[in-house]
Design a protein around this ligand. Structure first.
Ligand SMILES: Cc1cc2nc3c(=O)[nH]c(=O)nc-3n(C[C@H](O)[C@H](O)[C@H](O)COP(=O)(O)OP(=O)(O)OC[C@H]3O[C@@H](n4cnc5c(N)ncnc54)[C@H](O)[C@@H]3O)c2cc1C
Length: 302
């Protein structure tokens, strides 16, 4: 499939993948069986895998194309929540009526993931398995208390998102395991949401992004959830800030205390795009916006 690149030897810069075999999986058992081979890799949308392979940061022995595996891209309402098949494209989530009804934050957040052409190919399973520290999906499944179903030839297991995302580009997936579905429990009626992100250019990975859900109960915040991405090794929940907001009116003092608690737990990195201090500052500003929007959407008083 892949060819050797003569130029590579001369320049030392590889922009083509190392040789690999290609396997078009016919069904799930076939994909899982092929995945048992050492250094096998699944090919979903290819939007992260192929750049990594082209830079030879990955040298898979075989690429297992799962795009023809029936049922992997299905969306379904189930008792107590929705199930998103791992091969669901970002663009499908952006436009699906089921998603807009169940978790409108997802429809909105997808407009921040890359560009339409990439969203047409990229998948939720690929994004979670890749776990880029600035990607939106890891933050969103953490925010919504999601759980992932992982399958291998040895059987299936369910892993909570908080246990799945273990570090930068790292997850709880074993080499021979595949994400097959993501379950998101229904949010209680009246839940409001807020999402705020800053990237250098629209479609770039986030410098920082924040998602919030909460309810308004007797003039106070109930069940607040806050998740962030782009500001640490992997997406995270801001548990201390959630505790500060819970049961409180979101006045300036309470929100300021929550923002301080968020900034306290962040360990952003400095890179070409932004300093750690700027990312930490940004996270607080974005969190305040997202809390305000969630409160308004929950029907909270002005
Ligand atoms: C220019 C550009 C800009 C981008 N901007 C953003 C952005 O702003 N935000 C963002 O979140 N993402 C962004 N992305 C990444 C994009 O969202 C990818 O689609 C996503 O990260 C990977 O999904 P994929 O389906 O393409 O996975 P692939 O590239 O096919 O695979 C990625 C990795 O996951 C593994 N994998 C795939 N599917 C599964 C599965 N079901 N189970 C287990 N392992 C699996 C693969 O083996 C590989 O290791 C960008 C990409 C590009 C090229």
């Amino acid at each position: 499939m892949a060819s050797r690149t003569p130029g590579t030897r001369r320049t030392g810069i590889a922009m083509k993948p190392a040789p690999f075999r290609y396997h078009l999986a016919t069904d799930l058992p076939d994909a899982l069986s092929a995945l048992a081979e050492p250094d096998a890799k699944l090919l979903a949308g290819g939007q992260s895998l192929m750049p990594m392979a082209n830079f030879r940061l990955l040298r898979p022995s075989v690429l297992i194309d799962i795009n023809r595996v029936a049922g992997l891209g299905a969306l379904a309402q189930q008792p107590g929540g929705i199930r998103i098949g791992a091969l669901s494209r970002h663009a499908t989530i952006e436009t699906a009526a089921l998603i807009a009804r169940a978790h409108p934050i997802l429809s909105h957040a997808m407009t921040h993931v890359a560009h339409p052409t990439i969203r047409n190919r990229g998948t939720i399973g690929g994004s979670l398995a890749h776990n880029d520290p600035a990607a939106e999906w890891p933050m969103l499944v953490l925010l919504l208390d999601g759980a992932l179903t992982l399958a291998s030839r040895r059987g299936a297991r369910v892993v909570a998102a908080r246990d799945f995302l273990t570090g930068p580009l790292a997850t709880a997936l074993a080499q021979d395991e595949m994400v097959i579905a993501i379950d998101l429990p229904d949010s209680p009626p009246g839940t409001g949401w807020g999402f705020a992100e800053i990237a250098r250019r629209h479609g770039d990975f986030a410098l920082a992004a924040v998602g919030v859900t909460l309810r308004a109960k007797d003039g106070c915040i109930a069940d607040p959830r806050i998740a962030l991405t782009g500001v640490g090794d992997t997406a995270l929940r801001a548990g201390a800030a959630e505790a500060i907001l819970n049961g409180q009116r979101p006045d300036a003092v309470v929100v300021a205390a929550a923002i301080a608690a968020i900034r306290d737990v962040l360990h952003p990195m400095t890179d070409l795009h932004a300093s750690a201090a700027y990312r930490r500052h940004l996270a607080g500003v974005l969190a305040a916006r997202a809390i305000r929007d969630a409160w308004r959407r929950a029907g909270g008083e002005a």
